[in-house]
Design a protein around this ligand. Structure first.
Ligand code: API
Length: 288
């Protein structure tokens, strides 16, 4: 099969975008993995498949596949790339579009400065929604947001905040992200038994109440240069834990994201807003 694709990146998190708005496209897990492979394929962290809407309150369906071929619920950096793709390809005449993922409806808006603003929806904290197995332990009292201990190999343990942005996240605070053992602990946290659907593992260094540095070992992709939902999860966790204000600059290794969540002043059901870059790197055709 010859397949046209567009290679894009948002803060260094790179994606392959496939247009299935006019012709249906069904790729096997093996084909997805090959597409994402940096030697045998194009190479990317995630593959985004754009399809016609399945419901009348959205403009497109937005499907996301990790480099391991698994379909997932959300990709924040990918969402920014998506609206840039839709506008550049003339698939929409609007500068704002609504898209539906597996479990979320997102509003994406192209800003005059070229960055993209995304309404990332409401974070979820109930362990069943993440999902997270607290092992019979429950928050010490209703509504308390706290860190949970995870036992790892060689008697190592860490404490993580757990929450969902539609996809699962476990965020820990570290003194220095450059020194954080992401390669060692990331895979152990990703596959930890307390996360039935695995998890994205965030490592956050708090520089001030309005600025953090973040590294994320992503479920199904490994460490990426940025993780949009990971940035949202880290800021929401930091706000609920009293470390951060309601608007934060997140410095990822591949670029900067602005995350806003008025979850304290407007209640936990407030939506998270993410603003950041998105750009096309190249177009091509691959033989799968
Ligand atoms: N690895 C994530 C999907 C991509 C998320 C990330 N690339 C983003 O920008 O949000 C997961 O399995 O939930």
């Amino acid at each position: 099969m010859n397949l046209r694709f567009t290679k894009m990146q948002g803060a260094g998190n790179d994606v392959v975008v496939l247009d299935a708005t006019r012709t249906a496209l069904a790729l096997t897990t093996q084909q997805l993995r090959q597409l994402a492979d940096r030697r045998f394929g194009v190479g990317c962290d995630q593959i985004l498949l754009v399809e016609p809407p399945q419901q009348d309150d959205v403009d497109f369906t937005y499907r996301i596949f990790n480099a391991d071929g698994g379909e997932v619920e959300h990709c924040g950096n990918g969402a920014r790339c998506l609206v840039r793709f839709l506008v550049d390809k003339g698939l929409t005449q609007q500068r704002s579009v609504r898209v539906r993922t597996l479990n979320k409806t997102l509003e994406l808006s192209l800003q005059d400065d070229g960055r993209v603003s995304v309404d990332m929806g409401t974070p979820l904290f109930d362990h069943l929604d993440i999902p997270f197995d607290g092992g019979g332990l429950m928050p010490r009292h209703e509504g308390l947001f706290e860190l949970w201990p995870l036992s790892l190999a060689d008697s190592v343990s860490c404490e993580v905040a757990v929450l969902s942005m539609g996809n699962p996240h476990a965020v820990q605070r570290v003194a220095d992200v450059d020194q954080a053992p992401v390669a060692l602990l990331g895979p152990q946290i990703e596959g930890h038994a307390r996360f039935p659907k695995r998890v994205n593992a965030g490592f956050m260094q708090v520089l001030s109440r309005r600025e953090v540095r973040l590294r994320v070992y992503e479920r199904g992709a490994g460490e990426t240069l940025a993780c949009g939902t990971g940035a949202c999860a880290a800021v929401v966790a930091g706000i609920r834990l009293g470390w951060l204000d309601e608007a934060v600059e997140v410095h990822a290794r591949g670029g900067d994201l602005r995350i806003e969540w008025a979850g304290i002043s407007q209640g936990l059901r407030a939506a998270v807003r993410m603003i950041g870059p998105a750009s096309t790197v190249f177009e091509g055709e691959i033989v799968l």
